[in-house]
Design a protein around this ligand. Structure first.
Ligand SMILES: Cc1cc2nc3c(=O)[nH]c(=O)nc-3n(C[C@H](O)[C@H](O)[C@H](O)COP(=O)(O)OP(=O)(O)OC[C@H]3O[C@@H](n4cnc5c(N)ncnc54)[C@H](O)[C@@H]3O)c2cc1C
Length: 405
């Protein structure tokens, strides 16, 4: 049936195009969409009666995200097509939480958590949808609804396994929250903006008042984490784990696992990310995504890699692209009221990282290859020229010197 969940399943889920953002389940007026885990990866499934309203299909970012139309809708303007860039933004800052506990607990500078705490304590939002870990299986991620500072702090740091955050949209509204913030990867934000674009369900479309996007090179299969735990850390019984963090310990944070017998195991971030998860366990759908900097969010936040600062010797900081007036107002207010500190950031530096290369060049090229062979691909309505460009300008000073010699 057209517009039914069955159709979405055929067009998107069964063709490997689902991002597992959770929007379909979060908007279903019948509450009829749940989750099944295949190979430990979440897939939406029908758990009740489908009324065939078509809202799940309309909001799904799996098969189609009309970036130019959504950009026009969100920001009132669009940019020149075909140029790989960081999306529309009004300002670029590096920043961190003033509260030391939040800064230390964040993935970077705890900027996202500090902004949410500010928004919550000043009444701009009444809850935030974020990503945490399951209580019964603390090595598995899950979406969380946070309504206070403690819950936000508990959900800080990056989770490198899928979290269908948007699935909690209808629960938030059912529990009476009317001004909701959502933190998500580019695909979560795509789903939210599609929901707002089509204006359905109306209450949810109006009620999401703040979107904080994370820069995203890729999400990873949980199988990658399992391999790290068993092969690299020797934890072959996951039931022994009492806590897991992907960015635990000193900045920039490492894979830290605490076991029931009191042992604390640590695996270096660079090692597990660039020599394991990134080359081996990227989710296939992410290989086809061309949005790195969460281009449709109110505020987009990523790591801030200061070439002068060595790992373990400093507190972290976050990079932030301020995109919408709402995002700007929030960040300015948080600075004025002493929740966060910021400094100017040369945005072009962000394009020197591997994440940008993966999404704006490699994925754009990959889409072309897949189309050539008729493989299922998402349509972003933007043809991106992945022309190589020189990046010397953005190298660390000592590297520049070597290049000149
Ligand atoms: C899968 C993934 C890939 C990333 N790739 C890049 C990259 O290529 N380059 C880059 O600069 N930065 C990347 N980031 C962002 C970076 O790791 C930090 O999340 C970001 O800098 C914010 O740091 P913070 O200290 O300000 O946030 P924190 O204060 O630590 O707060 C982070 C917030 O994000 C939420 N969150 C964490 N993981 C997820 C998730 N999987 N889905 C939805 N919400 C989540 C948390 O619940 C929390 O609310 C990525 C993050 C993730 C999760």
């Amino acid at each position: 049936m057209e517009g039914s969940f069955a159709e979405l399943q055929n067009r998107v889920v069964q063709r490997g195009l689902c991002t597992a953002c959770g929007t379909c389940a979060g908007v279903c007026p019948e509450g009829a969409i749940g989750w099944v885990y295949e190979d430990d990866e979440p897939l939406p499934e029908l758990t009740g009666d489908c009324a065939g309203c078509g809202i799940c299909s309309a909001v799904c970012p799996g098969e189609e995200v009309n970036m130019p139309a959504l950009e026009q809708f969100v920001f009132g303007r669009t940019r020149e097509e075909n140029i790989p860039d960081l999306g529309l933004y009004r300002d670029a800052r590096a920043g961190w939480a003033v509260d030391r506990a939040i800064r230390q607990h964040g993935a970077g500078g705890g900027l996202v958590t500090a902004l949410l705490v500010y928004a919550l304590e000043r009444g701009f939002i009444d809850c935030a949808l974020v990503a945490g870990f399951r209580r019964d299986q603390p090595w598995r991620t899950e979406a969380k609804l946070a309504v206070n500072r403690q819950q936000l702090l508990a959900a800080a740091q990056s989770k490198y396994a899928c979290v269908p955050v948007n699935t909690l949209l209808s629960r938030a509204f059912a529990e009476g929250y009317r001004r909701v913030a959502v933190v998500g990867l580019p695909c979560h934000i795509h789903g939210l903006r599609k929901m707002q674009f089509c204006g359905q369900p109306a209450s949810l479309a109006r009620g999401v008042v703040l979107t904080v996007g994370l820069f995203c090179a890729s999400q990873f299969y949980f199988e990658g984490t399992r391999h790290l735990l068993v092969e690299r850390l020797g934890v072959d019984n996951l039931e022994l784990i009492v806590s897991l963090s992907y960015r635990g310990g000193h900045w920039p944070g490492h894979l830290v696992v605490e076991l029931k017998d009191g042992r604390r195991l640590l695996l270096d971030r660079h090692e597990y990310m660039y020599h394991h998860l990134m080359p081996a366990f990227k989710r296939d759908r992410c290989e086809m995504c061309v949005d790195w900097a969460a281009e449709l969010a109110d505020l987009s936040v990523g790591d801030f890699w200061d070439p002068q600062v060595r790992a373990g010797q400093a507190l972290g900081a976050s990079s932030c692209l301020v995109r919408s007036p709402a995002g700007e107002e929030l960040l300015d207010g948080a600075v004025k009221n002493g929740y966060v500190e910021t400094i100017p950031l040369e945005a072009a530096r962000l394009a020197a990282g591997i994440g940008y290369e993966l999404k704006k060049h490699a994925a754009a090229f990959r889409l072309r290859q897949r189309r050539r062979f008729g493989w299922p691909v998402p349509e972003y309505h933007r043809v991106i020229h992945y022309i190589p460009f020189a990046r010397e300008l953005h190298l660390a000073p000592e590297t520049q010197q070597k290049t000149q010699e």
